[in-house]
Design a binder for this molecule. Structure first.
Ligand code: GLU
Length: 296
């Protein structure tokens, strides 16, 4: 397939379990959006939080993507190999006075009303046993999503000096995701609507880095009938590697496409080709959650 270098999309799973129907939606939606524009589609393993990882999950996710015909461009990026880049950026901001060490506990923040009031900003705390927070001087109060339109961010959340490295030394998701998306030249982020909330902070990081912003498209989230997100944490069943077509067709229907009944008998590559041609963001359900009526 010819690729035109301007569009670069990605799928960025955390290796906390096997790929389930919810993550298939994010993978397929971002894949179809990239391929329908002859763009590139990259995969990044977000192995940022070792305690939440399951041994073998990263490889299992990659093998599942392959079994589903969702082939990516270039090599896979692993966040566990990017610590040097994250730390270098944090050091720069600490040096420039754009970030600071914070020793407040979760309990203290809760007592202060749930949002961090900037307590340590001018206290020159030592690095030891400290988190690192970014100075948020220009809060991002809204952004425009390609599916949902304008999304307002509550002021308390927008104004918070948020964490870029945790007290336990782990790098924060928002920092890693933005530095990696910049490193991989991503032009548009297509992911699940559970990540709408941190988007304002991510846009703030792009501004802080004086880097052109990307566009965002948050896909509806698959939820169970008791309202829980289908996730690895709540043990959503793994999708079947040996029989990808039915799950792909179900994911296409979920994304507002209308796969013809006969597609079920087609070969995997033809099913994906149908998807690439039929994909249209105007058909996506304009909602952030869809309850699954049957198990996939
Ligand atoms: N790693 C995140 C997850 O699995 C997705 C991050 C993103 O797409 O920005 O939920």
């Amino acid at each position: 397939m010819t690729t035109d270098t301007h569009y670069v999309g990605r799928f960025a799973p955390s290796p906390s379990g096997p790929l389930h129907f919810g993550s298939l939606i994010a993978a397929l939606g971002s894949y179809l959006q990239a391929r329908s524009q002859h763009g590139k589609w990259l995969v990044r393993i977000e192995d940022l939080d070792p305690p939440r990882e399951i041994a073998g999950a990263a490889d299992n996710i990659l093998r599942t993507l392959e079994a589903y015909g969702l082939t990516w461009d270039g090599s896979v990026m692993y966040q566990s190999q990017r610590h040097g880049a994250y730390q270098a950026q944090i050091d720069q901001w600490l040096h420039d006075g754009d970030a600071y060490y914070c020793q407040c506990t979760r309990k203290q923040i809760k007592t202060a009303g749930g949002f961090y009031p900037g307590t340590c900003r001018h206290l020159h705390r030592s690095a030891e046993n400290s988190a690192v927070r970014l100075n948020v001087d220009t809060p991002i109060t809204y952004f425009v999503d390609r599916l949902h339109g304008r999304i307002d961010i509550p002021a308390t959340l927008a104004q918070e000096d948020f964490i870029i490295r945790r007290r336990d030394g782990l790098y924060a998701y928002n920092l890693a995701v933005v530095l990696d998306d910049i490193e991989q030249n991503i032009t548009e982020i297509v992911r699940g609507a559970d990540l709408i909330e941190p988007t304002g902070r991510q846009i703030g990081l792009y501004r802080q880095l004086q880097h052109p912003e990307v566009s965002y498209l948050h896909l509806p989230l698959a939820v169970t009938d008791n309202g829980n997100k289908l996730s690895k944490q709540n043990h959503a069943p793994a999708i079947d590697k040996s029989n990808p077509v039915p799950a792909l067709i179900a994911a296409m229907s979920f994304l507002g496409m209308a796969p013809p009944a006969a597609l079920i008998k087609e070969e995997l590559k033809d099913v994906l080709q149908w998807g690439i041609h039929a994909w249209c963001i105007d058909n996506l359900p304009k909602t952030t959650e869809i309850i699954l009526t049957k198990t996939h």
